[in-house]
Design a protein around this ligand. Structure first.
Ligand SMILES: [Zn+2]
Length: 259
């Protein structure tokens, strides 16, 4: 077995050459500065890469990733990223993006407690234990995991909103919007879960995370939103005979039209 990674270095040469061929000034522009509008806080899962799922080029999204996209308010790594993104890059949007089927969240719901990882996952574990009857009432294990992935995103958005870094940005009038999203690996679609927060007032008006466990928000994908918008614009009699535009493969989507 080779001790070097020549195949990856070879792929890098191909990639850089293709980039230059399609856009001769690409790397010159990249070398000048970065001006991302977005900070992405996502899971380390190798299948959920921000630039790919957002269809953005390098330089367009600032990224922090860790297992299960958790915001520990004592984590110097994420706090440094947050401060740099807000105060130096002046990003306008912070996206906390989890994903369905997250192995980190799955472990937090299990009984293993022997690894450092279990300390990391403790916020999810604690929320699960607090509401165990509610979560366990979801009989299907996969559905329970999905639900926990959703509530975890909501919890982390709230934690971001509670940091002094974000509070100070809002206090000085800086435009900064927080978003909670979920990525569905099985169809490649992002779901908008919320909450959407742009001020301390909006944050403080939120129902508690415990209330959200009882009354969950329904994730909405861009594709579903487009479908709802399309149907909304149609007169009622135009609905007859129309095929549902929602992807049949997406088990998470429930058509608003009931078809
Ligand atoms: Zn994950």
């Amino acid at each position: 077995m080779s001790r070097t990674l020549d195949h990856l270095l070879d792929q890098n040469v191909v990639w850089a050459s293709e980039k230059r061929r399609h856009d001769p000034t690409y790397f010159l522009r990249m070398a000048e500065h970065q001006t991302p509008q977005y900070l992405w806080i996502g899971c380390s899962d190798s299948r959920v890469t921000a630039n790919d799922v957002l269809r953005l080029d390098p330089g367009e999204v600032f990224v922090h990733r860790n297992i299960a996209n958790i915001v520990h308010t004592s984590d110097l790594n994420i706090l440094s990223v947050l401060e740099f993104a807000i105060e130096h890059l002046a990003v306008r949007h912070i996206i906390v993006c989890g994903h369905y089927g997250c192995s980190g969240v799955r472990r937090a719901l299990g009984g293993d407690r022997g690894a450092m990882l279990d300390h990391w996952l403790q916020p999810i574990t604690m929320l699960y234990r607090k509401h165990k009857p509610k979560f366990d009432a979801i009989g299907d294990e996969a559905a329970r995991l999905d639900r926990m992935c959703e509530i975890n995103v909501e919890m982390q958005v709230r934690r971001i909103a509670a940091t002094p870094i974000v509070e100070n940005a809002w206090a000085r009038g800086q435009e900064l919007h927080l978003h909670g999203w979920l990525y569905a690996i099985h169809d490649g679609l992002l779901m908008d879960l919320g909450p959407h927060l742009s001020s301390t007032e909006e944050r403080d008006a939120l129902p508690s995370i415990d209330a959200r466990v009882i009354d969950p928000a329904e994730p909405v994908s861009a594709m579903r939103r487009q479908a709802i918008d399309a149907f909304t614009r149609l007169p009622p009699d135009a609905m007859e005979g129309l095929a549902c535009p929602l992807p049949a493969a997406s088990h998470r989507l429930t058509c608003a039209e009931g078809c």
